[in-house]
Design a protein around this ligand. Structure first.
Ligand code: ADE
Ligand code: ZN
Length: 358
């Protein structure tokens, strides 16, 4: 096996902003991220490097051809590309390099804390041991914290369109490493895979001290029913996406009462949104409904390589977000961290000092 890949260096945010001072404020602001799929940060360049290291052939002539194939119009068509892309991840070193590259890029944009998703069932299916997956990511987390000061935790996602048995097998395989996990989540294709399919998994994870979150992607079949289930039955600690909630004042009231934070990814919501069912501007609608919203980048490698600063800038432009609203969402983020209160207070104090100085 050869050594670690060189950590890529990245320029600052590139998305255009009509108020450059606000762009500079965003760039310098201490941030957190809660909705980023590590496999969704696998950039085309790294796919080629890992394929070479692992002696695999890829069906693309070059990076440009690979990126040109990232064309999708709904959740299943996105997921097909995303799952195909992650096949180059084979070894502990691959997972280390993937996670370190994300953390380096996040740290370069002043993300000081991240909770990151991964999809172990997909890797177990290919025969990659869970120890390699979690071990590589955990090594990257420690190295990034030591070298770059970014703190992070890991959330194991159940791939909801695979069987309940496969999800339980992944959880059981991962539990010996539970010290390296902070929670479990639920992602992939929601259609026909309601959250209650994972009732036992969530209960077992909680019994082992893990937190619980779940995707409620935009405009999925039975979305309001599924949002109700995760809110009132499965009692999740957070909701990922969840924008359709604004269609139900009753559910909004429950989420507000429970103090639920929503990890919203406007880039992806924009792709999935069907205009007739949900407001064009999900972030604005959720904020105006009094919900706790924090913004994340989801699968940036498949979304124009736009990481958090670009995502925030586009959200500012689309949703006419003010500086105060950006700070409020950053604060919601730190408050939602699955960390001891004292640690959250330190991060909130950093945010407050930045705002005061700015
Ligand atoms: N897997 C990776 N990204 C996802 C998303 N945004 N929704 C559901 N599953 C995913
Ligand atoms: Zn997601």
């Amino acid at each position: 096996m050869t050594g670690a890949l060189a950590t890529p260096r990245y320029a600052g945010a590139a998305a255009p902003i009509s108020d450059p001072a606000l762009g500079r404020f965003i760039a310098g602001m201490p941030k957190s991220e809660y909705h980023v799929h590590l496999e969704g940060t696998l950039e085309a360049e790294m796919k080629f490097a890992l394929a070479k290291r692992n002696g695999m052939a890829l069906p693309f002539a070059d990076v440009a051809a690979m990126k040109a194939s990232y064309v999708y119009h709904d959740l299943p068509s996105f997921l097909a590309i995303y799952y195909d892309g992650m096949k180059v991840l084979q070894t502990e070193a691959d997972f280390r390099d993937l996670a370190y590259a994300y953390l380096a890029r996040a740290a370069s944009q002043n993300v000081i804390y991240a909770e990151m998703f991964f999809d172990p069932q997909e890797h177990l299916k290919r025969g990659v041991p869970i120890a390699a997956v979690i071990g590589g990511i955990t090594r990257a987390r420690a190295e990034a914290q030591a070298a770059l000061g970014i703190r992070s935790q890991l959330i194991l996602c159940f791939v909801r369109d695979l069987s309940a048995e496969s999800a339980m097998a992944a959880l059981d395989a991962a539990l010996p490493f539970k010290a390296d996990l902070v929670g479990v989540g639920l992602d992939s294709d929601e259609a026909g895979n309601p959250p209650e399919k994972f009732r036992e998994h969530f209960a077992k994870a909680r019994a082992h001290g893990l937190k619980v979150t779940a995707h409620c992607d935009i405009d999925q079949p039975d979305t309001l029913r599924n949002i109700r289930t995760v809110l009132t039955d499965l009692n999740v600690d957070r909701i990922d996406h969840g924008g359709n909630i604004v269609q139900s004042p009753e559910l909004v009231a429950i989420a507000r009462e429970r103090g639920i934070t929503f990890t919203v990814c406007p880039t992806f919501s924009g792709t999935l949104r069907k205009r007739e069912t949900v407001p064009v501007d999900v972030v604005r609608a959720m904020l105006d409904a009094g919900l706790k919203v924090t913004i994340s980048s989801d699968d940036p490698a498949y979304m124009g390589s736009e990481y958090i600063d670009d995502v925030l800038i586009r959200a500012v432009e689309r949703s006419k977000l003010t500086r105060e609203e950006l700070v409020l969402m950053a604060r919601y983020g730190f408050e939602a961290a699955w960390l001891p209160q004292a640690d959250k207070d330190v991060m909130i104090a950093r945010l407050e000092a930045y705002v005061k100085a700015g």
